[in-house]
Design a protein around this ligand. Sequence first.
Ligand code: CTP
Ligand code: MG
Length: 166
Amino acid sequence: MLFRVPQLVYFMAPAYLANMAPPFVRYWKGWNRPISRRWLGTHKTVLGFVAGVLTAMLVTFVQRRLAWSGSIVAYDEWALLGVLFGVGAMAGDCAKSFFKRRLGVEPGRPWIPFDQLDFVLGALALVHARVALAWSDILAILALSFCGHILVNHLGYWLGVRDTRW
Ligand code: CTP
Ligand code: MG
């Protein structure tokens, strides 16, 4: 099963990079607005969502050009695939924030393991029909994503891109 790890990470790369994009919109000083101040909080923004979707599309575009033999999905329809990865990841992230706010968890406060898996579950929900994934693949993706997310967030915190470690 270990030999599948590079394939699975490559497959999920659009969702991973999409999820890394939103924190960077804080450097943009022009127009932006919260998606829903009331239900999600002021920090979940329209441009953050759009940045995630565009990033996923950029990744699937590059993946089509790379035409790596280890790909487990076809990239002919890279734009559609990118939209599915990006919208899935960003919607999953927003859905998680919705439940966090309902439960009274403040923005930025950790809510493990949903902070780590929201975008993965959202992306998988939209793309799983286009790819042959075994249950073992899905479990491996969840485990890899969980650990990878914690690693990357801590790195982002030390680099000053994120305000919170979790
Ligand atoms: N962000 C954004 N638009 C989004 C999602 C995120 O602008 N749709 C930016 C915000 O600056 C946010 C940062 O990315 O503070 C980090 O996002 P995330 O880790 O998803 O938010 P949390 O601080 O964990 O908030 P929550 O408690 O709602 O999960
Ligand atoms: Mg978070």
